[in-house]
Design a protein around this ligand. Structure first.
Ligand SMILES: Nc1ncnc2c1ncn2[C@@H]1O[C@H](COP(=O)(O)OP(=O)(O)OP(=O)(O)O)[C@@H](O)[C@H]1O
Length: 254
């Protein structure tokens, strides 16, 4: 059975992420960057992942996206183990189910906002008509409090704050089950960060979210906080239950 097209199997699984005995090194000669015995994130959780620069946060996000492959161990998203997918199937799975907001936004500078977002819709293979994609884009831009004329502006003509919101719209255009957000608030002052986080939580309320930052003050916006130093331990000292976290009731919105 090709589970990638089996929507009910993906919908029934209660875990958004299951990481099991994962070890990752960039080369055979180098020391492993990550060594995670068990990590599980439930559907709908908004999770904060923190750690200092160089601790492996982006590496873990790339493993979750399937753009890196573990040296050992397994990763399953929405009940789908990556190891059972070909590279092509994994790309398709990622485009359909995962939205990513990159640290540097990664918008295509010479394309308009509408083109940047519709490209993401096209690559998902979901087959929505261009009219439907445009209508969804306009709705998202409106929810993200961007003026309608932004739609036809080139991405590199936008302010950093506007680019950030367009990057979120692009990540959400396919209604992803999992939203991955890599350190998007580092350039913002405290007030801008608060309003950005309120918006992000609101527009991502139907998705599981993994949000990465080195700034522990961001913890208050999330259901659970994982420190990478606790998640990933040297193999010689790894206890049976390696994952520690702080937990609090899920907030519906801010
Ligand atoms: N392509 C690569 N090849 C080899 N080593 C890499 C590669 N990418 C990252 N690293 C190394 O892996 C380690 C973890 O890097 P990573 O980018 O995951 O950290 P990070 O916690 O996201 O850092 P930052 O907060 O600065 O973005 C670092 O020592 C880095 O030098």
């Amino acid at each position: 059975m090709n589970i990638i097209n089996n929507k009910s199997a993906l919908t029934q699984c209660k875990s958004a992420i299951e990481v099991s005995h994962v070890n990752f090194a960039y080369s055979k000669e180098s020391t492993p960057i990550l060594n995670i015995e068990k990590w599980q994130v439930s559907r709908g959780e908004h999770v904060f992942l923190s750690g200092p620069s160089g601790s492996g946060k982006s590496t873990l996000l790339n493993l979750l996206c399937g753009t890196l492959t573990p040296t050992a161990g397994s990763i399953a998203l929405l009940g789908q183990p990556f190891s059972s997918l070909s590279n092509r199937q994994r790309d398709k799975f990622r485009a359909r189910n995962i939205g990513v907001v990159f640290q540097q936004f990664n918008l295509i500078p010479y394309l308009s906002v509408a083109q940047n977002i519709s490209a993401a819709a096209y690559f998902s293979g979901k087959g929505n008509s261009s009219q439907k994609v445009l209508a969804n884009t306009c709705e998202l831009l409106d929810r993200l409090q961007l003026p309608s004329h932004v739609l036809h502006a080139k991405a590199d003509a936008l302010s950093i704050g506007q680019q950030q919101r367009v990057a979120i719209a692009r990540a959400l255009i396919n209604s992803p089950q999992l939203l991955i957000v890599d350190e998007p608030t580092s350039a913002l002052d405290a007030d801008a960060r608060d309003s950005f986080m309120a918006l992000l939580k609101e527009v991502a309320s139907d998705s599981t979210m993994i949000f990465v930052s080195h700034d522990n003050a961001m913890e208050r916006y999330f259901d659970r906080h994982f420190r990478i130093s606790e998640l990933s331990l040297p193999s010689t000292t790894q206890p049976p239950h390696a994952v520690k976290h702080t937990s609090k009731p899920k907030q519906e919105s801010l």
